[in-house]
Write a protein that binds this ligand. Structure first.
Ligand code: ADP
Ligand code: MG
Length: 699
């Protein structure tokens, strides 16, 4: 357990919840299940969302997916048994009817509901097979003669658990809030820093979000943009920043083997490569080797666009470890990616007499046992998936851990692998590779425990792609251009980018375009590629395109990654205004791989909004994945870059990286100042927001 500051330092916040009047052992145990053990945990147990029971929505105005409060008269009650018992209640208000459905109910409840009775209901509106309905709404009977009394303010909904109802929880939180100390005692961000940020008061913010006053701006609170929420989001982001930074400091204080190496293996690899490193690769290799030679662990992220040549940087780092007599583990998130690395590494390292060991989930029985044995005996280079992290895998002398495509692993997994080589005070160095260019501000937050190196240059010989945006009104001109290009022997991708979730609809859209182009380009071989085709068919089509037997490939975004046809030099992207910049950048990366000049035509549906216009402009102006990502962040927020696609990410209570990205620069500034000058406040802030998560990180 982490050491906690004394009570005099922290005031009432650190007292156990049992000290609150009315909290006995049973309630305390229930609270404990949601992580609420101290009084301050109650203060910072913030509402997940709000329910608006201050007004009544007419049935005519209901929309699926929204929460609403409605008032109506029971028209009919039906007890049915479709698959399972259910109670259906038709609620009428003027000309509209809403169906209430209950799957869990008792007889008394069913008998209590009678036609003619008036109900006030709150719940989520869904679009059912026969119109709008609410499943298990909260309801109460009201007197038809008297207008119902409505709530005066929004009702907060707190995260909770079985056996701990909202009302009881709200009640304890209210008692906890009564113990809030005066502002100066509660506030942990030092006054001079706080003044610069112009943030709302912490005490006021806590009271406000737990119990919004009747005149609170509903929309802002629902969206999470109220100044009180911003204040708390800032503090939460700050706490996470501080915790990652101090985690880094703790690791940094440990010892690591100095992996200077003699350089003899690296020199041989470089001589065999057949190409020279780019300036950016040399610089990054230099940064990595410098860190490896130190006797404290390296914690470094290398980011570089697809094709920027990260693998060889990893191989050089690996050789520095091997030269020094230590083992290297290289971990990738998927078997496919890991397999690719195994092949690159084997091709480079076998000529140097170094065997590459393989460890993946699929490997079973004897093969696995033998691999485990060799790793335990000191096999120099091990490549694999997260099977490398499993129990039972132990290394003789692990000196360096390399993790590829880091953003698909979470912070916790990163820590787990780090722990693998943890022999007391000695820990392995860590190198993280990612192909997703992450804008600096975001990287400094997500990877605040790492140093960042950027390979911001592509190997020579790749010609920049000339990009233009063309209105779909001029589609026939574009097709004309295709004809000319094909006549010149160029090959073309035509990308159909229906946003529709269904692969079937996407395939259909591609089929329609395919038919159109076949007709418009007689004598030209036009083929189709989409996700619903059989694997064999896809491969055959791809092979034919690669061999030059097909001139135009009409495809869905399945070609986004891993397709490499250097002769393809023209790409048309339909509905480009609807794609994210990062995705457009990836797609465009399929052309410009050979020596001929390439073109990319971004077709768009007019009229183009200001934002869409700016985004297409960015693509026309630059090929730099980092700049594109920066602009994407500015224009749309980080959702696309990290957002939902990221797994294993630490969940926030109030903060939302997409919504609150603009706070990050300030978070970083305040964070650095606090770590430097106010270490005690820093650890109390971490403790306040991340108490239990921190204990896990320490484990
Ligand atoms: P990524 O950064 O996407 O992992 P890779 O490491 O797979 O990129 O490199 C892409 C391709 O470029 C590989 O075939 C690699 O051998 C090659 N390559 C890497 N560095 C250079 C260079 N400096 N000059 C020429 N080719 C290079
Ligand atoms: Mg790679």
């Amino acid at each position: 357990m982490a050491e906690r500051p004394g009570l005099d330092d922290a005031g009432a916040g650190l007292a156990p919840v049992e000290t609150i009047v009315g909290v006995g052992p049973v309630l305390a145990a229930a609270l404990g299940r949601v992580g609420l053990t101290r009084v301050q945990d109650l203060w910072f147990h913030l509402p997940l969302r709000y329910e608006d029971r201050t007004r009544i929505t007419p049935l005519a105005d209901l929309r699926g997916g929204e929460h609403a409060q409605v008032l109506g008269t029971i028209e009919a009650v039906e007890r049915g048994f479709a698959f399972r018992p259910q109670l259906k209640v038709a609620l009428r208000e003027r000309t509209h009817t809403l169906l209430l459905r209950f799957f869990h109910f008792n007889r008394a409840q069913a008998e209590q509901l009678r036609p003619g009775m008036q109900l006030l209901c709150y719940g989520e509106v869904r679009l059912g097979a026969r119109g709008l309905e609410m499943v298990h709404p909260q309801y109460r009977r009201v007197d038809p003669q008297v207008p119902p009394t409505l709530d005066a303010a929004l009702s907060p909904v707190h995260p909770t658990t079985e056996g701990l109802g909202q009302r009881r929880l709200a009640n304890v939180i209210a008692k906890g809030l009564a113990l809030l100390p005066p502002e100066p005692e509660l506030e942990l961000i030092p006054a001079p820093l706080l003044r610069r940020c112009g943030l709302a008061s912490l005490r006021g913010a806590l009271l406000y979000v737990h119990r919004p006053p009747p005149d609170a701006p509903v929309e802002a609170l629902m969206r999470g943009t109220h100044p009180a929420q911003v204040r708390l989001a800032f503090e939460e982001l700050l706490a996470r920043h501080l915790s990652l930074r101090s985690m880094r400091e703790r690791v940094r204080r440990k010892m690591a083997p100095s992996l200077g190496g003699s350089g003899h293996l690296r020199r041989r690899l470089l001589a065999n490569l057949g190409f020279a490193l780019t300036g950016a690769q040399q610089r990054v290799v230099g940064e990595v080797l410098h860190d490896l030679a130190l006797s404290h662990p390296m914690l470094r992220l290398v980011q570089g666009d697809v094709g920027s040549g990260k693998t060889v940087v990893a191989a050089l780092a690996a050789l520095a470890a091997v030269e020094s007599g230590y083992q290297v583990a290289l971990m990738a998130p998927t078997e496919l990616l890991a397999e690719q690395h195994r092949r690159s590494f084997a091709a480079w390292l076998s000529p140097l007499g170094i065997e590459v060991e393989w460890m993946a989930g699929k490997q079973q029985g004897k093969a696995r046992e033998r691999a485990l044995q060799r790793v335990a005996d000191g096999a120099p280079v091990v490549v694999g998936t997260n099977a490398l992290m499993q129990e039972g895998v132990s290394f003789a002398r692990l000196g360096l851990v390399i993790v590829d495509e880091q953003h698909r692993f979470g912070v916790q997994q990163r820590l787990a692998l780090r722990a693998k080589g943890d022999g007391g005070d000695q820990v392995p160095h860590q190198l993280v590779l990612t192909a997703t260019p992450i804008p600096r501000t975001l990287a400094m937050s997500e990877y605040a425990d790492l140093d960042v190196s950027s390979i911001d240059e592509l190997p020579p010989g790749r010609t920049p792609v000339h990009t233009i945006a063309v209105s779909s009104a001029r589609r026939s001109e574009v097709i004309q251009r295709l004809r000319t290009a094909c006549a010149e022997g160029r090959q073309v991708y035509w990308v159909c980018t229906l946003i529709e979730e269904s692969e079937q609809l996407r395939a259909q859209a591609a089929e329609v375009t395919h038919a159109e182009l076949v007709q418009a380009l007689p004598g030209t071989r036009v083929a189709l590629l989409h996700g619903r085709m059989k694997a064999g068919e896809k491969q055959a089509t791809m092979q034919a395109f690669k061999a030059g037997g097909i001139s135009v490939l009409v495809a869905t975004t399945v070609i986004e990654v891993g397709v490499d046809v250097p002769n393809a030099s023209l790409m048309v992207i339909e509905n480009s205004e609807r794609l994210g910049l990062a995705q457009l950048h990836q797609l465009r990366g399929r052309v410009g791989r050979g020596s001929t000049a390439s073109d990319c035509v971004l077709l768009y549906q007019p009229p183009l909004g200001r934002l869409a216009r700016e985004r297409l402009q960015v693509l026309r102006e630059t090929h730099d994945g980092f700049r594109i990502a920066e602009r994407d962040l500015e224009l749309r927020g980080p959702g696309e870059l990290l957002g939902t696609r990221q797994t294993g990410q630490v969940a926030f209570r109030v903060a939302d990286l997409a919504r609150d990205a603009h706070l990050l620069p300030m978070v970083q500034q305040v964070g650095e100042a606090m770590l430097g000058h106010y270490p005690q406040q820093s650890s109390r802030l971490i403790e306040r927001w991340l108490g239990s998560a921190l204990l896990y990180a320490d484990a």
